[in-house]
Design a protein around this ligand. Structure first.
Ligand code: HEC
Ligand code: HEC
Length: 344
């Protein structure tokens, strides 16, 4: 009996070792697909030159959650982009990177990125495929060089396997790293909120949500445009200048005075979960954001004309708007196991 048990347990041991222990849960081809939800525009980025596969996605996912991309192997993309917060950095006003260093901007949500014509609060990055270069090389984020990243990954048996599965050989280079991450990040689609179910006729708004939606369409949707809840334009929404960072926003990229203090309109999908808010994380609640539009708009030469004088909102208006904004929470997205940390 004892012998039998021994044979049995070593059998279990051998079989469980023959499947790759590091990569779970296993992603199938059906789990990774290009999607354009009904009524959405065509995405900016497609996979025409970067064939989307389950193995490419899995490599991208493994890299996203692996601190090996940082200089001292402590910070991963997932350190600042947390799934439960729609991949924003929960509770952190500005980013918090290597050696405890602080950046000067709030980590944005990551979702539906294939529709982004530009990236970052100031639109300084133009393509999802080069996106990882910025955080990897940023001295206060991951502070690493691509040469070192390639060397570290090339000497890892695990990555030799993953690159071979994804791209047919174990060659590691920047393009393969970036394309794999684009396969993972780009297919993180959020389109299953209550709002989406209402739009497709499967659910209906409560009276309060409906009243909030009506206000939203009147007062907010010109910038936070449906269905992605952003127009991807740069706008000055009247925030006071933060003297600590004195961040000029879009003008940081264009150098144009007309772009000073303009920031990319953020999507409001999953907004309930992605606090703190605004490019510098200055607000910790939706109520504060609404109070900003109601009473906090600061006049300046580049303020959006539609915001001059603010957007008057009664306490009831604010409660209704918040009830509506909460219908943009996509619990399926926030808990989807395909997007969770697989490096354990
Ligand atoms: C130390 C925290 C930190 C780490 C680590 C980090 N990010 Fe970010 N991420 C940020 C911040 C902050 C921004 C906004 C920066 C800006 O606007 O200048 C950002 C912006 C982005 C954006 C732009 C989103 C948009 O809608 O414009 C993408 C995509 C992104 N990060 C992906 C990644 C990837 C991939 C990695 C890993 C290679 C990574 N991030 C690592 C903090 C971080
Ligand atoms: C004129 C364009 C415009 C209008 C109108 C507008 N917003 Fe915004 N909104 C922006 C911009 C731009 C930002 C980002 C500012 C920043 O990061 O500094 C923003 C940020 C936000 C944020 C924080 C998002 C985040 O992820 O940090 C919330 C919440 C928000 N707006 C809600 C609303 C609501 C609700 C309304 C209507 C009452 C509204 N906005 C009207 C342009 C606009």
């Amino acid at each position: 009996m004892k012998n039998l048990l021994l044979i049995f347990s070593s059998f279990v041991f051998i079989t469980s070792c023959s499947v790759d222990p590091e990569i779970k849960p296993i992603i199938g081809e059906d789990d990774v697909k290009e999607i354009v939800p009904p009524g959405w525009p065509a995405p900016v980025y497609t996979y025409s030159a970067n064939t989307l596969t389950a193995d490419g996605f899995t490599l991208g996912r493994t890299l996203f959650y692996d601190p090996i991309l940082s200089a001292d192997n402590t910070i991963s993309c997932g350190s600042c982009h947390q799934q439960f917060a729609a991949f924003a950095h929960s509770g952190h006003d500005v980013s918090h990177g290597i050696n405890g260093l602080l950046g000067n901007r709030n980590a944005p949500v990551l979702q539906n990125l294939n529709w982004n014509p530009t990236f970052m609060h100031d639109g300084g990055i133009l393509n999802i495929e080069v996106m990882p270069l910025a955080p990897i090389t940023n001295p206060v984020e991951m502070n690493e060089t691509m040469t070192n990243v390639v060397a570290k990954l090339s000497s890892s048996g695990k990555y030799k396997q993953l690159f071979t599965k994804a791209f047919g050989s174990d060659l590691v280079n920047s393009q393969r790293i970036f394309r794999a991450i684009a396969q993972f990040m780009g297919t993180m689609y959020s389109y299953n909120s209550k709002y989406d179910l209402v739009k497709s006729g499967k659910e209906s708004f409560t009276a309060q949500e409906q009243s909030g939606y009506n206000l939203f369409v009147q007062k907010c949707a010109s910038c936070h445009t449906e269905p992605l809840f952003t127009d991807y334009q740069y706008r000055n929404n009247g925030l006071s200048i933060n003297v600590v960072y004195n961040d000029s926003g879009r003008a940081h990229i264009t150098g144009a005075a007309a772009d000073r203090y303009k920031f990319k309109t953020p999507s409001l999908r999953n907004i309930e979960k992605s606090e703190p808010y605004m490019h510098d994380g200055r607000f910790t609640s939706l109520n504060q954001c609404l109070e900003h539009y109601n009473s906090g708009i600061v006049a300046s030469p580049t303020l959006e004309t539609q915001l001059v004088g603010g957007i008057p909102l009664t306490p009831q208006n604010k409660a209704d708007l918040i009830a509506f904004l909460k219908t943009l929470t996509d619990t399926k997205y926030l808990t989807d196991s395909r997007f969770s940390d697989n490096n354990f």
